[in-house]
Ligand binder design. Sequence first.
Ligand code: ADP
Length: 652
Amino acid sequence: MQPLIEIKEVSKTYTTGDFRVEALKAVSLTINAGELVALVGPSGSGKSTLLHIMGFLDRPDSGEYYFAGHPTAKLPESRLSAIRSRMVGFIFQSFHLLKRTTARDNVLLPMVYTGLGSDAAKALDCLRLVGLGDRVKHKSNELSGGQCQRVAIARALVNDPLVIMADEPTGNLDAASRQEVMQVIRDLSEKGQTIIIVTHDDEVAAMTDRTVRLKDGRIVSDEIRRTRAPGKAAAAALPPARLSFSPSEFAEQLKVAFKAIWSHKMRSALTVLGIFIGVGAIISLMTISEGFMKSLLSGASEEDAKKVWVTPRWQHGKPRRKFTMGEVEAIRNRVPLAEKVTPSLTRNGLEVSAGDKRTEANVQSREGYDPAEQAAKPDYFENRKVAGRFFTRAENLGRARTAVINQALAKKLFGSENAVNAEIRIKDITFTVVGVADNHKAEDIFGGQPSAYIPLSTAGKRVFGASKLDYVEVAAPTPDDAQEVRRQIIGVLRDARGLREDAEEDFEVKTFETQIEMFKSTMGKLSMVVYGIAGISLLVGGIGIMNIMLVSVTERTREIGLRKALGARNSDILSQFLIEAVVLCLIGGVLGVGLGFGLGWAAYFFTKVKPALGAGTIAFAFGFSTLIGVGFGFWPAMRAAMLDPIEALRYE
Ligand code: ADP
């Protein structure tokens, strides 16, 4: 008959500093299926070491170990964890139940690591078998010691192991509970279950069929009191390494992660603060700039896309060289694609008053593209409602002191009164308001900027103290022509200004596309600052995560040992802690998105630009949070995964 366990000349030496302990000295032992064996001996005689080797929690230094007829020396760790999971059931002196977890869930735990899914009915059967059918929903802290140990026995049974190994199962129990637990063990043995018990208690040993006595790392006696017909078939194949990651395991790990985070609410909240602020900063910037972009693009009509703006290049806060009417004429005559050429004068922050009300306003004047056929309504007012009228041709050409003002200015100077036909003073020159126009899109930003428009001929020296043109707006026939028009204007102006081939232009010609590019580049510079701050916050947040994960791993060292004894692979432990770190970061990330969006709306009150939250931004935030979780959680998780199961179980 094939023995279940066959150990030949197994030795194990522990070295602590210069100190060597030969825990096992060439021990040989054979145990058949169905036996109920006690390993006894004084403390330090090597009982536990032998049990751990037989249970694949430890490896011998030398000697051979055949399990169910298979040599085990060369099996990789992944196979050993599969064997622990499917073929060995452990019972420990201190029960090692999961805290604040029901009897049922404790018994379900080993099923997580088989990869076969969990079977609640089976767990219930096992609890009934140990006489706890009525304590299924009780948590570990609501059970007596004897009941806890019986839950642990049920847990050891749940995956139908070939052998149950118990390390001082009665060591922490009073006499009555000891009796209770031993009765359960004996009943299992009667049903054919192979059981090995380590004990220093001779009374416990007397309740078994066979006593193997150790002393100083050697077997000194082996007394078989009763032989039985072999129990479960010993010639089983060893389970293969489990390579997959089952959904039920993922669910369990998520549950554990949330439980761990929830049980330390304050600590978790402080931990995610850095991620929260960092993600919040990034998201707020992104929503605001996305909002600007959106309003820029949604406000952009085909008219905008056709436009080409000619502006001076600025240096030291001043325009280098403004434009003359001669240059405007050159563009009109020599750029055939230029459909409308609108020279403009503009001044910001001029004092405008009416009666005793005064305010600063932006004063602009724009000539139509053809002064002889001066359109009553310049391009700039397209798509805008106007109360009253625009300038007449005579006014445009004849330096008339008439003005069109926007609603923002009308409101400031006249409140709700009708402004049409009222008088205003711009730099102490009196103008008659002939029309009130809706605010331009661009003027709506920042709560409505007051503007006044006056004829170009009037603007010149008299109002602005200069007749050089501030900029020239040109329209291309189609948006596709804008770049070509831009190119031609550059050529014409370079020529008009006599710039040499290698000379830099003292003007700029922008299309809508270049405007957007410029906006992006300005945002880009601002972004660098925000990203810098966010980066520091995220780094600090990440280090906080790492720190807390290290604490979490240390706190749960014994739990990690238990999970490994129940068959968890290193990768299971690694993923469990990674998932916890990622969940923490994602909580920070989700709250951060909320913060960022909230800040975006807060900014709305100043900018009047609605924040926009794209799917990409959200995906970015979550992706980034996950990355931080994985990045900073990896080392603590790795430390957990690499823990030695025995040392972890013994950790105080
Ligand atoms: P028992 O279970 O019979 O009390 P053990 O198998 O636990 O004995 O230990 C046998 C010997 O090996 C003891 O002297 C113990 O101090 C030593 N030992 C056990 N584990 C370790 C270890 N991880 N490192 C160093 N020495 C150990």
